[in-house]
Design a protein around this ligand. Sequence first.
Ligand code: PGA
Length: 249
Amino acid sequence: MRRKIVAGNWKMNNDLSETEALLNDLIAHVPETDVNVMVAPTFVNLFQAFNMLKGHNIEVIAQNMHQEAKGAYTGEISANMLKSVGVHTVILGHSERRAYFGETDELLAKKVDAALANDLQIVFCFGEELEDRKSENHFNVVESQLKNALFHLAVADWKNIILAYEPVWAIGTGETASPKQAQEMHAFIRKTISEKFGSDTATELSILYGGSVKPANATEIFAKEDVDGGLIGGAALKAADFTAIINAF
Ligand code: PGA
């Protein structure tokens, strides 16, 4: 079902006591709302976060997972491990995973399959680099990222997929896609999904925008027809900013 979603990607920030402090702040300030609110602390703090958020309208989600079920993959975390600590949603394909950890569309297709096989919901991230936009290749890049990682899915799988369009040039840079650029790309994404999986799938799909969303620009971006919420990095680390972004809906 198409939903309003605000998800905070904490990345490699917040040790245990900082995680507890930020969660307590969020519990105190996040309003009763029809927006689905999610936060993604680092792996080691997921269980504590799950316990603290029980009974509150904030879902704890993971930032990544490995595609195999178990075995000799030192340092990795499986879908089942996430589920065993109360996580039901995982972010896959974040541009930092692609850029710094060599994650390709082909690998992400496997991670997507593993997550779905374990009944995890996915926040799937993708988006073009600055050169792609400058050379007006951004639509092609986005289309091929979607095709390579998600076009093998069945229509029924899409109930567990949330898309997050994150232009790489806007992540952590303070530069945001204009509301017009965001709407233009989100409409293109919905059309691409509609052509392959049908209009019902596309209409029901939640498509988030990510890349320097702040309290000051959230209202304008979220007002766009095809923008169903945001994946928030830097501004998710301060309860006041994250709450203001939720209130922007
Ligand atoms: P940012 O990060 O809001 O700090 O740009 C967004 C993201 O990486 O998901």
